[in-house]
Design a protein around this ligand. Sequence first.
Ligand SMILES: [Zn+2]
Ligand SMILES: [Zn+2]
Length: 252
Amino acid sequence: MDVDFLPSCFGDPALQLATTLVVNNHLAVDAGCLGFADAETQAAVSDVVLTHAHMDHVATLPFYAVNRLQDGLGPARIHAPADVLEMVREGLFNDRLWPDLERLSTPEEPLIEFHELPIDAAVGIGGIELVAVPLTHVIPTFGYLLLEPGCSVVVATDTRDTDLIWERAAARDDLAGVFVEASFPESLAELADASGHLTPAGLARQLDKINRPVRAIAVHLKPSYREEILAEIAALGRETVEVGLPGTTYTF
Ligand SMILES: [Zn+2]
Ligand SMILES: [Zn+2]
């Protein structure tokens, strides 16, 4: 499985300002920066699944949707559990922040498609199977198990301490890697918890729930604290933990 960690900063490319991971070129997890990617990347993405409705995860969804229409590629297909879809419809495609593309659709010419995902059940989308598993953030948020024959990868952002997704991860004999957030340094542990995020120590606690070493890629580092978080991740002394670099393709 190939996972492209899309860049989201026009300045320092190491900084992550928004979240989009593209799986096997066809499935995007989140659209924080998808709509700013090159035309070829956007055209290849047939489906988008959303973790939650925070702006760093959905900000460019309107641009992606319109880019597809303007390029004659058909409507964007957006997938998420019901609570997330409701927030995106009411908060974003609401005829205020952006036109309500569902209202403007006709049966002959749909402009956007919203598909409700079941929770904790496998479905096939964009060429792979995936499972939405609830995380523990400040609004309804889901992690994803991405499943290919003989290879599974977990995406767990944004979350504070949580259990179910790590139970599901531990149960996969073919678990090849996890993307897990580390938003704040230890000096801001209280803020991390209050805002539903993890510090490096929290990341380590989550990985311990898997009960065996697995490749872990730390993502969602808040740019202002990146150096501090990098030092704290290094101090964990875990060979299996690496810091995600936007612009990188991760192969599992
Ligand atoms: Zn969030
Ligand atoms: Zn976020």
